[in-house]
Design a protein around this ligand. Structure first.
Ligand SMILES: [Zn+2]
Length: 63
């Protein structure tokens, strides 16, 4: 089992998959790629491709 990691964006508990964002001063952890992307957008990080701006919402993966 992982530690009690909490997403730095939404505050949810992080599961097996941890998304990390390395900053010069610290390392931030997220529960999903979406949270990481949002954080990057909010802080204007450009380490990866910016997500396309559209009305697309993730509707898959739900069961
Ligand atoms: Zn999150």
């Amino acid at each position: 089992m992982a530690d009690n990691l909490l997403c730095d964006l939404c505050g949810l508990k992080i599961g097996a998959q941890v998304w990390t964002l390395r900053l010069p001063t610290q390392e931030i952890r997220f529960c999903c790629e979406g949270c990481k992307g949002i954080y990057q957008m909010l802080n204007n990080f450009d380490g990866t491709e910016p997500p396309p701006v559209s009305g697309a919402t993730s509707s898959e993966g739900e069961k």
